[in-house]
Write a protein that binds this ligand. Structure first.
Ligand code: NAD
Ligand code: AKB
Length: 338
């Protein structure tokens, strides 16, 4: 049975990925890890919460990570702990430290824990790792659609850590045989946990405002078009990539995965069509986040992901808007009534 550690477990992706993995592998086999206990759990350093095992740790602390991996006999790590594009520009030193050193610790421990414990038979003696890159690895020189073998031209510290992380992953695979796999996620839209300091956060904020019948002031221009994806597609892509046979994989940096490409105005229009009282969306671009968004491509070419492990997105903009509005309205109503 798989024993999984998810770092950044309290985040936008982690909170849903932990739940999806627990459905598949059983609650006790999936350990969350983050700087804090999961929302709703009592504070403290305990390694079990009502929802399942959880370790309070900082991924910059290699000894704490090692302890968690060994104590829980972890054979797969989903390493999500990170600062994102906007929060990374506010704290570039911390972004470099968390994103780069955190990943290096995970890769070193994947190699060391696997070798020392020899739990996997055959040629594969390392712990498997999933690590996400981002469209932030691209930049103005990349072009649209961004190809798999792209000119990587990051304009943010976050993007710099994604580019260095991609090559670190490939190095550990080539040099030490670590089975590390990655996706260049687009901006992710979801309703369960709030986004954590990115440039594409506007999309989630806009959906929430529309569902709660509030107006929204968007921090990007209406014509800004970016690659985006609905969370159920992102979770499926993540799990499918990790389930794929190693020999099918041709990219050990990170795979492009495309799904949607919409402008802020197109999302606002889709939401207005579904909001009972209409939707008032205004635009006051924030220069820093606008500059970041303008440096990213509008679409990506994900043919290698489709060819190698059968990637196929399921949600278009209409399906995303329907599902987001449905979930967010239900949550809002029960909050108001309760
Ligand atoms: P998030 O900000 O919502 O969550 C990150 C989590 O990491 C937070 O819970 C935070 O507390 C934790 N964390 C931060 N520093 C830590 C540290 N030093 N030690 C332990 N935990 C720490 O981020 P997310 O959106 O869930 O993103 C997860 C991963 O996916 C990141 O690598 C991110 O770059 C990548 N990604 C996300 C998106 C997106 O749109 N959400 C897009 C592309 C790539
Ligand atoms: C961000 O906006 O920083 C993230 C990402 C696209 O990596 N959502």
């Amino acid at each position: 049975m798989q024993r999984v550690l998810v770092t950044g477990a309290n985040g936008q992706i982690g909170s849903e990925l932990v739940a999806a993995l627990r459905e598949r592998a059983g609650v006790e086999h999936v350990v969350g890890a983050d700087l804090r206990p999961p929302p709703g759990a009592p504070a403290g350093n305990g390694s079990a919460t009502a929802s399942g095992p959880h370790e309070v740790l900082d991924v910059r602390d290699r000894a704490a990570l090692e302890r968690a991996m060994r104590e829980h006999h972890v054979d797969t790590v989903f390493h999500l702990a990170s600062l994102l594009s906007a929060s990374g520009e506010e704290a570039p030193d911390r972004a470099w430290d968390v994103n780069t050193n955190g990943l290096k610790h995970v890769l070193d421990l994947a190699r060391a824990c696997g070798e020392n414990e020899g739990r996997r038979d055959g040629a594969d003696h390392s712990v498997r790792v999933f690590w996400p890159s981002s469209i932030a690895a691209f930049g103005p020189a990349t072009g649209t659609p961004a190809p798999q073998q792209a000119v990587l031209d990051p304009q943010t510290m976050y993007g710099v850590t994604k580019v260095s992380g991609e090559f670190l992953c490939r190095y550990y695979h080539q040099k030490y045989g670590v089975d590390v796999r990655g996706l260049r996620y687009p901006g992710l839209v979801s309703h369960a946990a709030p986004p954590g300091g990115g440039t594409t956060d506007y999309a989630v904020e806009m959906c929430r405002a529309a569902a709660e019948e509030r107006s929204y002031t968007c921090f990007l221009e209406p014509a800004t078009r970016l690659p985006m994806m609905y969370m159920p597609d992102a979770l499926r892509a993540t799990l499918d990539l990790m389930d794929a046979p190693a020999e099918a994989l041709t990219a050990r940096t990170s795979y492009n995965v495309g799904a949607l490409s919409f402008t802020a105005a197109e999302l606002a229009e889709a939401l207005a069509a579904r909001a009972p009282g209409g939707f008032d969306c205004r635009y006051e671009p924030d220069p820093e986040r606008q500059q970041i968004a303008d440096s990213w491509p509008a679409t990506v070419d994900d043919q290698p992901a489709r060819d190698d492990w059968g990637w196929q997105p399921q949600y278009d903009l209409g399906a995303l808007a329907d599902d987001m509005i449905g979930h967010l309205q239900a949550g809002f109503k029960s909050k108001v009534e309760g």
